[in-house]
Design a protein around this ligand. Structure first.
Ligand SMILES: C[S@@+](CC[C@H](N)C(=O)[O-])C[C@H]1O[C@@H](n2cnc3c(N)ncnc32)[C@H](O)[C@@H]1O
Length: 237
């Protein structure tokens, strides 16, 4: 496979149509519960807030947004299979089938979530600019990104291939039980700089590491107990 093909795979809007991701990322999965535990302390009340969930996947975050009081939640998701899971599990969740890049709307959002989606976005500056412009004046973007060093670390008997494409951009191919995943991996400091360039301000940055509960639920993570898996960044306008 050529380097361009790896990039093409990572940014293919249909990538998740070929994965058995529904169970891995469902509301009941250990991963989802861990994600909610990890981000909840930084998420304010969503009372009366209009929320956009970029790359809403199986819709697993929808119940959390509703529990937090969101007035409305709209998802944007390109994968037909992900949308199928989402509408089966959460029929009230309105999801527009589109990439974020092609999503057209005149609505402004109080809160935008982008959780583990930037791994599939080629032009990250355009992505941040669009998110910035879709936010209300006092709006917030909650953004997660997988840690670059974690992604490249051999673990769990996964077969991992790393392709360095540019100084701040690699593609990591990982064979998992759910299928073969291709992710764009960038250093978090680089991504933060790009966001700041388009006018987003960093309010908080939290490293996401396995907690005690996750180590119990997924003992394989004991191989890497102190490793930062991902980063949650709270941006404001
Ligand atoms: C790792 S999953 C994360 C799903 C969900 N945000 C979560 O945290 O459970 C990444 C999702 O982003 C979607 N995606 C990929 N490319 C996208 C794009 N260009 N715009 C919006 N979503 C995209 C995928 O189809 C997939 O559902």
């Amino acid at each position: 496979m050529k380097q361009d093909d790896f990039l093409g795979k990572a940014t293919d809007p249909k990538l998740y149509d070929h994965l058995n991701w529904g169970n891995t990322m469902s509301d009941n999965s250990n991963w989802h519960k861990f994600l909610v535990r990890s981000i909840e302390p930084l998420i304010p009340s969503l009372q009366n807030k209009e929320v956009l969930d970029i790359g809403s996947g199986t819709g697993s975050m929808y119940p959390f947004f509703i529990l937090k009081g969101a007035k409305s939640v709209i998802g944007v998701e390109p994968s037909e299979q992900q949308i199928k899971f989402s509408s089966q599990n959460h029929p009230k969740f309105l999801v527009k089938q589109s990439t974020f890049e092609n999503y057209n709307t005149s609505t402004k959002f109080d809160i935008i979530f982008s959780l583990f989606v930037s791994e599939h976005i080629l032009d990250i500056e355009k992505f941040f600019k669009k998110a910035h412009d879709l936010l209300t004046d006092r709006g917030s973007l909650f953004f997660t990104i997988t840690d670059a060093s974690y992604e490249k670390t051999p673990r769990f008997n996964y077969n991992i291939e790393v392709h360095e494409i540019e100084p701040f951009l690699s593609i990591v191919k990982t064979n998992r039980s759910a299928g073969t995943m291709f992710d764009i991996v960038r250093p978090v400091e680089y991504v933060q700089k790009i966001a700041e360039k388009v006018g987003l301000k960093i309010k908080e940055h939290q490293e996401i590491k396995p907690d005690k509960q996750y180590l119990e639920d997924e003992p394989r993570y004991k191989e890497l107990p102190e490793k930062t898996i991902a980063h949650l960044i709270h941006f404001t306008k």
